[in-house]
Write a protein that binds this ligand. Structure first.
Ligand code: TF8
Length: 335
């Protein structure tokens, strides 16, 4: 009896030892395209996501990040995902409105009042609804990461009121809502891919651009700008997009690990952004830029002036989508 027991135990051990570890996982090299640089908090997020993937997949799911637009700009990389030739991209939603018009909702000026509000909307039902639209366009959004609240920088004059934007050549993302927002304020708005912004500022082809402090810092725009105004005129999310064509060839375990670890990465990225935002602002000041905030009155005037953009773009975004987010925000704000 004892002999038999030992033999069966030994056999059981032999079987489990011969079954390969992490059998549900295959070796995958996942290329992740980024327009921003490696020292942006997205870098911290990707590291945290990798640590999580290492644990879940026994090191089989590997992320390889490319920075500074090395694999092309946001739009180009996203199209590569749709045609199934590249795995992933971390991109702003704004340049993708030609693919999914509803994404334009996030570009509406002064939509979110703070990041907590944005997190609730993006990580909740509304975010899921947008993910379905992305899915129908061949894109799996693993999670909403943070780009953040956008501020204006320029090389001509301090901006204390919207009238100061008169005639200023402002680069905007390739997006009609941003274009209209700045034109409506009197600026000479020019759509341009992110990768061209630094040299356009340097050669004075444009005077101004708008991005969160961490981007003005990590993309070194402070080297070619003189003034920064804390406008907080829009909060744009990052999408961690995966090619649906490629995702569909992965095992369910691989897919789940990617979704779960993208959330781990998201939380780290958002945390680091909050910390770095303050440091980036200090650095921008230390580099000699003049930074000002809008007075509450001017902030309110610019907000009111910008509200026409909502009506103008409601139909193209989808009336249900615009009304849906406004209703959800009302609920979150409790008024
Ligand atoms: C922009 C965006 C970009 C990001 C980045 C290229 O201004 O805010 O900074 O989409 O991934 O174009």
């Amino acid at each position: 009896m004892r002999q038999l027991l030992l033999a069966t135990t030994a056999l059981a051990f032999a079987v489990s030892a011969s079954a390969p570890a992490f059998a549900e996982f295959n070796e995958r090299n996942i290329r992740v395209s980024n327009g921003i640089n490696a020292d942006h908090p997205v870098g911290n997020g990707i590291n945290a996501m990798q640590t999580c993937l290492d644990e879940k997949s026994g090191g089989k799911l590997k992320l390889t990040a490319f920075w500074g637009g090395a694999l092309g700009g946001d739009l180009q990389a996203t199209q590569a995902l749709r045609s199934g030739v590249q795995e992933a991209v971390v991109t702003s939603s704004s340049p993708l409105v030609g693919i999914v018009p509803a994404l334009g909702v996030f570009d509406l000026p002064f939509l979110f009042a703070n990041s907590e509000e944005a997190y609730k909307v993006l990580d909740g039902k509304f975010g899921d609804m947008m993910n379905e639209k992305l899915d129908a366009a061949g894109l799996v959004n693993l999670a909403y990461w943070e780009n953040g609240f956008r501020n204006l920088s320029n090389s001509v004059r301090p901006v204390n009121k919207w009238e100061d934007l008169q005639g200023m050549k402002v680069r905007v993302m390739q997006n009609n809502i941003f274009l209209d927002t700045f034109q409506n304020l009197g600026a000479n708005a020019t759509p341009m891919a992110f990768g061209e912004v630094f040299s356009a500022l340097e050669t004075k082809a444009i005077d101004a651009q708008e991005n969160p402090y961490v981007t003005i810092d990590t993309s070194k725009f402070f080297e070619v700008q003189k003034y920064v105004t804390e406008t907080n005129h829009a909060y744009t999310p990052f999408l961690f997009l995966f090619s649906k064509a490629i995702f569909n060839t992965y095992t369910p375990e691989e897919q789940t690990a990617l979704r779960e670890c993208a959330i781990v990465g998201r939380d780290e990225e958002r945390k680091v952004i909050q910390e770095l935002n303050k440091k980036s602002l200090e650095k921008i000041k230390a580099e000699g830029l003049e930074v000002n905030a809008l007075s509450p009155e001017e902030q309110e005037r610019i907000r009111e002036k910008s509200m026409v953009v909502y009506e103008k773009h409601k139909a193209e975004i989808g009336a249900d989508v615009v009304d849906g987010i406004l209703a959800e925000l009302k609920q979150i704000r409790g008024k």
